[in-house]
Ligand binder design. Structure first.
Ligand code: SF4
Length: 210
């Protein structure tokens, strides 16, 4: 089977299994989604949604977060883990947003990555969800499931992203990332993948090759 045929089978199986796949972070306001993206590193989306709600109750506007100290932000976002680094990143993002970007989040991955702590994964999430700019979010689930399926033999997120971009059309990139998360949560879990009930088992290379 060619890589393209494998990608097509994967797409068809994922869209059938997860027809309503979407971002599981709350997406009520663009800047809040971006901040939730920053908080999401090594944390569950459920936890991020809860904790960010408390943060935005206290600091409803980006200008208020840019004026807050890192330790004030860190105190609230502690449950998300990595809270010192994330507080620095949230403050830096809000400062850029209010002072450099005139309140408008750039639709530009490279510009977003100038914010300390914002890497390609978060930048892709931001442009994809806010502007629907085609971008594949390669998180820990996406990386794992695509490797197992056989759509990449590399493990660095940027390399995985490039491999996926070759076999999936641009119109599929945003949804592909969401569906990979769904697959990783429901069937292709890190510890014990549920291959026996997985809708990709008839063609998944790991399952077939053992
Ligand atoms: S068949 Fe198994 S290894 Fe392959 S995607 Fe499904 S759960 Fe993961």
């Amino acid at each position: 089977m060619t890589d393209q045929e494998l990608a097509d089978l994967t797409w068809n199986a994922l869209t059938a299994a997860f027809p309503d796949s979407s971002c599981s972070l709350d997406t009520d306001r663009p800047e809040r989604l971006a901040i939730r993206g920053i908080l999401s590193a090594q944390c569950t989306d459920v936890r991020v949604n809860i904790t960010s709600g408390i943060l935005f109750d206290k600091y409803p506007e980006p200008a208020m977060l840019s004026s807050a100290t890192e330790s004030q932000i860190a105190e609230i976002i502690r449950p998300c883990g990595l809270y010192k680094a994330k507080a620095k990143s949230v403050k830096a993002f809000c400062t850029k947003l209010t002072c450099e970007w005139n309140g408008k989040i750039p639709n530009d991955v490279q510009m977003l990555m100038e914010v300390p702590g914002v890497g390609r994964k978060i930048a892709n999430l931001i442009v994809g969800e806010i502007y629907r700019t085609p971008a594949i979010v390669v998180d820990t689930h996406c990386k794992r499931v695509m490797y197992r399926i056989g759509l990449t033999d590399r493990k660095e997120p940027e390399a995985v992203e490039k491999d996926l971009m070759k076999v999936f059309g641009r119109d599929k990139w945003i949804t592909l990332g969401h569906m990979a998360v769904d697959l990783g949560r429901k069937y292709c879990t890190a510890g014990h993948p549920g291959c026996d009930i997985c809708p990709l088992s008839s063609f998944c290379r790991r399952h077939i090759d053992g």
